[in-house]
Each structure stands twice: as structure tokens, then as C-alpha cells.
Ligand binder design. Structure first.
Ligand SMILES: Cc1ncc(C[n+]2csc(CCOP(=O)(O)OP(=O)(O)O)c2C)c(N)n1
Ligand SMILES: [Mg+2]
Length: 594
């Protein structure tokens, strides 16, 4: 996205023509390359919807069934393409329904443009009908925000919004559009520049001296590890990372946001790190003497007890956001830089460490000793089994996988083999249940011919199940692998581990069932609730329910090959725990394996 986006040649209006604020906004979207918007209308945003109908050739407007769904769909679009995702809502309740996707985009550094209708400027502050001060509400969860009070500012604001959302560390930008501004007509001045003093992300490139120092530290390392995060994906630096590993032979672990940055099948891939990461990645980082941290933020779900994390290692920390450096863990080699630039410069000079063959074989031995595993003798279908089978069945194509939040999310991270950046979509920082289906919908809108799968939990799926209607009506053939354990599994796991299995509102069936208080017994929940096949079919979606092991492959194959949206409801047990696990705030020494 260029900072000085050119004025579109394909204009609906002439340059001298009067345009309303709403039309200026929509034309700015077109000029910034937007081809899809997820927008739910209301009184305060109707002019913008009317304007959208003038640009149907350039922009597809998708009507989600809930603004939160629209916000996550826009994120799905953004996460899978790298381009900004755009969503729109009316004032008041429409706007507040976007708060969660905005907060989510902030924590995962996703470029999102959120547009809200607002009551007219002359009643702002009056508690007018459907008024919420959405800029105030979102102040702490946006990268930047605008309340537009003069229509003449709009071309500049739109240019700035796209620039800010997509440069440096990406993030959400909110544009609040009062209704009178939408309706005011002016002859827009398109060639205005931006006015962003102090915002200079373009200046963030490693200095030659820093590249030399990093190369020298790598040459001397005996037990180096690469710790790669979402920054690699955001910067489009996956190829550079692969080239770096090829040159240096250093093992790689990834954060949950980094999955896909490095191919799972590579022998040097140590898979995911952190609370539910692999035993071998956590062990290797613990034992390393040089930690090359690329586009990561030393999140507590990765580090556990900070003072013990990578205690014996010197740390090279590269991040485009200066506020990340030394935030959680002091770096010996702090580098404020675009990570793609850093790696491509480093790759020109870096040499492999002098002798790490012993270390590399040690890492391989750790990997062999403690793989992610599950009970293959289990009579029914285990979540892990369903996911690894799906992974096998889709490995020859570039499938996209979105998830909800909970056990199924962590198992997907562990058992689905990701090879390509931007194919894994997880609400990682905010951990928002309900993310999976709408995110998958947004991916499908961006990649109409691709296989897009939402691996979901029953609790998470319920939170945005209404988006099945969008999938059906907008012809977005998303597949849902619904791993139904009739529980809020991840919370139940913590009950089992830390609260003596005392069930406290983690059962998703009727409260008079013994299972509601943990007295059910048996691996499966006794009653099924709700009837997911009926729900899916009610939306006009194909669906099937399976519970037997022998039906797994045929069920998955039918789902994958179906033409339209499809829900494969899989009944799974609820006793299963996500392992390994390093309890919050602890260290690899306290890692639970069984
Ligand atoms: C919006 C929201 N509310 C609550 C939580 C807390 N939470 C985390 S995981 C989880 C359970 C998720 O259940 P489900 O989607 O069925 O997945 P499972 O763990 O059973 O695989 C809950 C309640 C959350 N992450 N997000
Ligand atoms: Mg569940």
C-alpha cells in the first residue's frame, strides 16, 4: 500500500464534481485497492451503504449476520492476503459490536480499517439515539482513530488510515463518520498529502553495524535457536527466514502467530513453543546459548516465568516496533528493524556457526523422544486424530485453516502441518472464541477457489454460528470441522488440573444433566445438545454427524469435496487434555507431559 495512493483512473465521479462524504469515503476505499468490505447497515451508516451500491464493480459488499462476524471476516481477509481488511457498522450498538474484532486486531497486529457511522456532529455528546463515543471506547485498542468533523479532511484521513494500518507494525484504524459528514457535499481535493508528524515507521531498518554484530554472534554460537513470530508473517519474511536457516542450519521454533513461517516438515522445524508448545522446542530454547528472536514479543504464554526463560542465552531481538524491545525481556542485541530487511541483509554476510552439528542432533533427538502424541487405540474419534487426518488429506493443496479458541485451537496448532505463511488464522493474543467461522468466511471471500476450513469447538462455534447464513447466502463454501465435546474444554481442563475437577459452568448441555456437575461418567457426553446437523441444515448448509472411527476419513473427504459450505459435526470425548502443558508462570522444569 503506497503512502501516496494514486487517484483512481476508474472514477465514477469526475474530479470537479460535488461528492458526498459517503461517496468520498467509498471512492477512497476503491483507490486504496479495497475489493471487499464486510458491512452491516443502520440509520447512521445508510449513506455509506448507498454509496457502496455505486461502486459494485469495484467493491463486493458482504452482509455479515453480526458486526462481530464482519470484523472477524475482515481480519480473515487481512490475515490471509496481507492487505488491509475493511469492515463497517452503524453507530451505537453496531459500533460496539466491532470492539472485539478491533481489540483482537490490535493484539495480533492485523491491518484493519473499521468504519463506523456516528450520530450527526451537531448532536454528538447529547446521548442521541444510538450514540456511543466509539473513538473514546476504542482509544486503547486501535493503532489510530479518527472522528471526522470536516468532510474536507476525508481524502487525507483515508490516505493516512491505510498508511497507518499497513506500515510498520500493522494494526487497526477506526474511522468514525458522523451522518451529516456523510451527507455533506464538496468537490474533494484528492491530492492532499498526509499529516503524520512523528509517525516514521519507514525509517526502521537495521544498521550495517547491527547486521555485522548479529552475524558475529551467530558465528560464535554453540547452541543457537531461532524463535520466530507473527512479525515474520506480517513482514512477508518467510522466504528470508527459510534462506537464513538453509545457510546456518539453526533449528527454528515458532509462536502460535508464527506458524506457517517455516515448513513443519523441515527436519530443523521444532514446531510451536510455549504453554502448549512441543517439549523439544521448550527444552531447546531453555538450553540455548543464543536466541534469535524475530518478530516476537516474549508473550507470557511463550515465556512462562520470564526470569527463567532462555536464561543461559544471549538474545538478539529484532522487531519493527521499538516498544517491544526490552519490554518483557532485555535483549543483548536489540535491533529495531523491519525483519524482512534485517534477514535479507544478514543473509548476505552470515556464516553458519562453527560447529553446531552436535546441537542439531541433540535437538533432533529431543524431537524424536517427545513428539506430539495421542492415544491411537481410543475407540472413538479423538480431536487430535481428526485434525491430523485432516492435515494428511489436505497436505497436497494450500488449504487455509481458521480456529476458535480452546483445546481444539491448540490441537490444531500442534497437529495440522502448516507449510505456508498466512494459511493459519488464530485469534492468538486476545483469544476470542467465535473467531473461526467468520475469519474463514473472510478468507474464502479473498480466495474464492481455495479450500478454507474452520476447525472449531462447540462453544466457540456457537458464538458466531449465525455466519453460516452469510456463508450460504453469499456463496462462501467454508467447511467447518466441529469438534464437539459438549464442554468449554479448555476451561474444563484447568478445572481438572487446578480445581480438582470441580465443574463450574463448563458443561454446554441442560443443567439438570449430571454432567453439568461433573457426575456424568464415560468418555462422551451422554446427550447431544444442540442438534448441530439440524442447525446447519436450517441455514441451508450441508451437514453430517459422525462419532465412529471408521467414519472419520469418509466424513472428512465428503466435507472437503463438498461444493458449498459444510458442517462436519464430530462427537469427541471431553476427558482429553491438551498436552504438553507448562502451567502459567512456570518453567520447562514444571512441564506436564501426561
Ligand atoms: C469470548 C470468550 N469468552 C470466554 C473465553 C474463555 N475461554 C477460553 S477457551 C474456552 C472454552 C472453549 O470451548 P470450545 O470452543 O468448545 O473449545 P474446546 O476447548 O472445548 O475445544 C473459554 C470459555 C474466551 N477465550 N473467549
Ligand atoms: Mg468444546
Amino acid at each position: 500500500m503506497s503512502a501516496t495512493a494514486p487517484v483512481s483512473k476508474d472514477t465514477v465521479s469526475k474530479e470537479t464534481e460535488l461528492m458526498s462524504g459517503a461517496e468520498i469515503l467509498v471512492k477512497s476505499l476503491v483507490d486504496n485497492g479495497v475489493d471487499t468490505i464486510f458491512a452491516y447497515p443502520g440509520g447512521a451508516s445508510m449513506p455509506m451503504h448507498q454509496a457502496l451500491t455505486k461502486y459494485t464493480k469495484q467493491i463486493r459488499t458482504i452482509l455479515p449476520r453480526h458486526e462481530q462476524g464482519g470484523g472477524f471476516a475482515a481480519q480473515g481477509y487481512a490475515r490471509s492476503t496481507g492487505k488491509p481488511g475493511v469492515c463497517m457498522a452503524t453507530s451505537g450498538p453496531g459500533a460496539t459490536n466491532l470492539v472485539t474484532p478491533i481489540a483482537d486486531a490490535k493484539l495480533d497486529s492485523i491491518p484493519l480499517i473499521a468504519i463506523t457511522g456516528q450520530v450527526p456532529t451537531y448532536v454528538i455528546g447529547n446521548d442521541a439515539f444510538q450514540e456511543t463515543p466509539i473513538v473514546e471506547v476504542c482509544r486503547g485498542i486501535t493503532k489510530h482513530h479518527y472522528l471526522v468533523t470536516d468532510v474536507a479532511d476525508l481524502p487525507r484521513i483515508m490516505r493516512e488510515a491505510f498508511h497507518i494500518a499497513t506500515t510498520g507494525r500493522p494494526g487497526p484504524v477506526l474511522i468514525d463518520m458522523p451522518k451529516d459528514i456523510q451527507n455533506t457535499k464538496v468537490v474533494p481535493k484528492w491530492d492532499t498529502g498526509m499529516n503524520l508528524p512523528g509517525y516514521t515507521p519507514q525509517a526502521r531498518f537495521a544498521k550495517p553495524e547491527q547486521i555485522r554484530q548479529a552475524a558475529a554472534a551467530i558465528k560464535l554460537a554453540r547452541r543457537p535457536m531461532i524463535y520466530a513470530g507473527g512479525g515474520i508473517i506480517a513482514a512477508g519474511a518467510s522466504d528470508e527466514l527459510r534462506a537464513f536457516v538453509k545457510k546456518t542450519n539453526i533449528p527454528v521454533t515458532m509462536t502460535v502467530m508464527g506458524l506457517g513461517a517455516f515448513p513443519a516438515e523441515d527436519p530443523l522445524c521444532m514446531d510451536m513453543i510455549g504453554m502448549h508448545g512441543s517439549v523439544y522446542s521448550n527444552t531447546a530454547v531453555d538450553q540455548s546459548d543464543l536466541l534469535i528472536a524475530l518478530g516476537v514479543r516474549f508473550d507470557d504464554r511463550v515465556t512462562g516465568k520470564l526470569s527463567e526463560f532462555a536464561k543461559g542465552a544471549k538474545i538478539i531481538h529484532v522487531d519493527v516496533d521499538p516498544s517491544e524491545i526490552n519490554k518483557n525481556k532485555p535483549a543483548h542485541f536489540p535491533v529495531i528493524s523491519d525483519v524482512k530487511y534485517f534477514l535479507s541483509e544478514l543473509n548476505k554476510v552470515v556464516e553458519a556457526p562453527e560447529d553446531i552439528s552436535g546441537w542439531v542432533s541433540q535437538c533432533a533427538a529431543w524431537k524424536k523422544a517427545d513428539p506430539f502424541k495421542f492415544d491411537t487405540n481410543f475407540k472413538g474419534i479423538l480431536q487430535q486424530h481428526a485434525i491430523s487426518e485432516l492435515s494428511k488429506l489436505t497436505q497436497d493443496r494450500k488449504a487455509y485453516v481458521a480456529v476458535g479458541v480452546g483445546q481444539h485451537q491448540m490441537w490444531a496448532a500442534q497437529f495440522y502441518k502448516f507449510r505456508h505463511p498466512r494459511t493459519w488464522l488464530s485469534s492468538s493474543g486476545l483469544g476470542t472464541m467465535g473467531f473461526g467461522l467468520p475469519a474463514a468466511m473472510g478468507v474464502q471471500a479473498a480466495h474464492p477457489d481455495s479450500l478454507v476450513i474452520d476447525i472449531d469447538g462447540d462453544g466457540s462455534f456457537m458464538m458466531n454460528v449465525q455466519e453460516l447464513a452469510t456463508c450460504v447466502c453469499e456463496k462462501l463454501p467454508v467447511k467447518v470441522l466441529l469438534l464437539d465435546n459438549l464442554h468449554l474444554g479448555m476451561v474444563m481442563q484447568w478445572e481438572d488440573r487446578f480445581f480438582k475437577s470441580n465443574r463450574a459452568h463448563t458443561y454446554l448441555g441442560p443443567i439438570d444433566d449430571p454432567e453439568a456437575t461433573g457426575k456424568g461418567g464415560g468418555p462422551f457426553a451422554r446427550k447431544q445438545y444442540p442438534d448441530w446437523v439440524k442447525i446447519a441444515e436450517g441455514f441451508g448448509c450441508q451437514a453430517r454427524c459422525i462419532s465412529k472411527k471408521e467414519d472419520l476419513t469418509s466424513g472428512l473427504t465428503e466435507m472437503i469435496n463438498s461444493k458449498g459450505p459444510y458442517v462436519l459435526h464430530v462427537q469427541v470425548p471431553y476427558q482429553e487434555h491438551v498436552l504438553p502443558m507448562i502451567p502459567a508462570g512456570m518453567t520447562v522444569k514444571e512441564l506436564i507431559k501426561s
